[in-house]
Design a binder for this molecule. Structure first.
Ligand SMILES: [Zn+2]
Ligand SMILES: [Zn+2]
Length: 263
């Protein structure tokens, strides 16, 4: 299996995931031009994309969806509730490009399971992607680790997960109070510590890669996210338990290098 973030953060999110020569995108919150350029940077042919699955309707996740789907003539997969929200925003698509999904869908030869998160949107989902030999967990945009996330995200081989903010930096920062409250609420975003604590529970000895994603530009830094997560993992047994584990941070505007599981 292969995976990469194409862009990550409130300016736009998109994740590529695939197996063999087949791939799909999780969200497309960046313009088409940037999506195509970023795919080229990691040597993935746009023609290999078989669809886009939507986690939720926020603009940093859907900005480029309609235009990319029209350009590549690929389907968009979303729940009925999310379609109600995104339909006016994605523009005109052929009926066969609008695919309504429920809890599970087969995409590019992989089984994708939708896991509800806790976020201030109509609906919002983390994903568990099951390939032939590996499993990938994707979880951003959640104020807490929900019971479903806790249950479903154990033991994946790789993760792309949200380390949105440092809680202290958020409250000391210059955001208005209502926004601080929103981000820190159960309907907001995961902070570095929340995520690290979840990882101590999720990571098993098969864990190869964790990519920290959706970092706030204002209330976090790549160094702070990484050191906080490493410190908490070190204090637990994870470091010993997962000898192969590598932790990286997703860049904001450019792709993370293509990760090949098993290599
Ligand atoms: Zn987001
Ligand atoms: Zn969101």
């Amino acid at each position: 299996m292969h995976l990469a973030t194409l862009a990550s953060g409130s300016s736009g999110n998109s994740i590529l995931i695939g197996q063999d020569k087949r791939s799909f995108l999780v969200d497309c919150g960046i313009p088409v031009k940037q999506t195509l350029a970023n795919l080229a940077m990691i040597n993935v042919a746009a023609q290999d994309l078989e669809g886009i699955i939507i986690t939720h309707e926020h603009v940093d996740h859907i900005r480029g969806v309609g235009a990319l789907a029209r350009r590549l003539k690929i389907p968009v997969y979303a729940t009925a509730g999310l379609w109600e929200e995104i339909e006016p925003k994605v523009g005109i698509l052929k009926p066969e490009q609008k695919v309504v999904i429920t809890k599970e869908v087969n995409l590019a030869g992989m089984q994708v399971r939708l896991i509800p998160t806790s976020h201030d949107s109509r609906e919002s989902y983390a994903l568990k992607v099951l390939g032939k030999n590996y499993t990938v967990g994707i979880a951003t945009d959640s104020g807490i680790i929900t019971e479903e996330m806790h249950k479903n995200l154990q033991g994946c081989d790789a993760y792309i997960v949200e380390a949105n903010h440092d809680q202290e930096k958020l409250w000391q920062g210059r955001y208005p109070w209502y926004l601080k409250k929103r981000i820190d609420s159960i309907w907001g975003h995961l902070n570095n510590t929340q995520l690290a604590e979840a990882l101590t529970d999720w990571l098993g000895e098969n864990a190869q890669k964790v990519v920290l994603a959706h970092l706030s530009e204002e209330n976090n830094t790549p160094e702070l996210a990484l050191t906080t997560v490493l410190r908490i993992l070190k204090a637990s047994s994870v470091r010993k338990r997962c000898p192969r584990l590598k932790i990286r941070v997703a860049p904001r505007h450019v792709p993370h290098e293509l990760i090949q599981l098993g290599e």
